[in-house]
Design a protein around this ligand. Sequence first.
Ligand code: MN3
Length: 242
Amino acid sequence: MERRKFLSTVGLGAVAVALPHELLATPVFDFSIDDKGNFKGHEFPELPYSFDALEPHIDKMTMEIHYDRHHRGYFKKFMAAIEGTDHASTPMSKLFAGVSKLPTGIRNNGGGFYNHTLFWNNMSGKKTRPSDKLKKAIEDAFGSWEKFREEFNRAAATRFGSGWAWLVMDAKKKLFVGSTPNQDNPLMDVSELRGTPLLALDVWEHAYYLKYQNKRPDYVSAFWNVINWDEVNRRFDKALEL
Ligand code: MN3
């Protein structure tokens, strides 16, 4: 099938076929598509733990407001922006890949919906560890685990205004860190960072202000206590496979 025609039929969800490898050249974690690459709708995700599960590092009230108002708000606005259009049956990763041509409401609210879902899932109140394979890839990319931590913290601390810090795998399977403004993410064609997000950290003030006020670096260092490495390991392995 001709590529353009294929893309449009996939976009409409009319044909149940797996996405060709070329579309997955940048492997994605897209909860709007199933394992075979077919569109499966948009759902507001459940928080994978209780509001107080990340205490004392991230407080209960922040989690409640952040999940129930901020995240839900992005979700609702995103749904309103795509309702009744072809975008409603387009996988999010595909929307992001062409987001420069779409209304800014899709970029901002689709990004806000997607990024927070990654974020909740890459945190946990349970102690987890990076796999040996991930550790080695990080040491290869950054020189040492400590250097990785420093670079990630710097990316989070120096993002001016609102945004996100990321650990990303590029198309050559190399790891790097960086940040994006607002609700942008590394899957978006407008982003300076391009690749597969493995770890996300929200550095908007609403993510930490109640507990940490203006001390963003304290919040960033507390984040290391609640990273769900099981999930980061999983994303890393999945990204390597594709
Ligand atoms: Mn947020």
